[in-house]
Write a new protein. Structure first.
Length: 185
């Protein structure tokens, strides 16, 4: 709906300016109120965050004290002991794999009537010493021949005393493991 203003032109101009002034004043009042509300909300949020930060800092400090406590030291000691045990297991595991193929080969070469009483191995030198009893002299000679042919062993010492008796013969061998053969996959 259109409003008709019958006032003279200068008065109409004044009414328009007065109306525009009131609208402008209301706009700035609302802008200032809104700005004030945002400032209050910002202050409240800041104070809340400062309190939260202080609480978190207090919790961090208390957790630091717990970490420095004797229970934590005991836990560190237990973890250190576990690490040492893991190192020992890894060391044994690496030695196990080092000798596994040589022991498998040695077991494969044994005749059914041979009984080993002692197997002694020195990793540093690769020296292997075995003692046992064979059912007969031929088993001892066949075992010596098979060890000699094997690529896993070298420098075989076969004393003639191993052939003293024809049956139930005690024997002793000393030989060295071929380290190059053990390193192959």
């Amino acid at each position: 709906m259109k409003r008709i203003n019958l006032l003279p032109k200068p008065a109409q101009q004044e009414v328009r300016l007065l109306f525009f002034g009131k609208q402008l004043l209301l706009f700035w009042i609302w802008a200032l109120i809104t700005l004030l509300i945002f400032l209050i909300l910002t202050f409240i949020a800041k104070s809340y965050l400062v309190r939260q930060l202080a609480d978190v800092s207090g919790q961090v400090d208390s957790e630091k004290l717990v970490l420095k406590s004797s229970d934590n030291e005991r836990l560190k000691q237990e973890v250190g002991n576990l690490n040492d045990q893991i190192k020992t297991i890894n060391n044994l595991s690496s030695q196990h794999y080092y000798w596994s193929s040589a022991l498998t080969e040695l077991g494969r070469l044994l005749a059914p009537d041979i009984q080993l009483d002692l197997v002694s191995m020195e990793r540093a030198t690769g020296k292997v010493q075995i003692q046992g009893i064979a059912g007969n002299r031929d088993s001892v000679l066949r075992f010596w021949s098979d060890v000699h042919k094997s690529s896993y062993f070298k420098n075989i010492d076969f004393p003639l005393s191993n052939l003293d008796r024809a049956t139930n013969d005690n024997f002793t061998f000393t030989f060295y493991v071929n380290a190059d053969q053990l390193k192959q996959p």
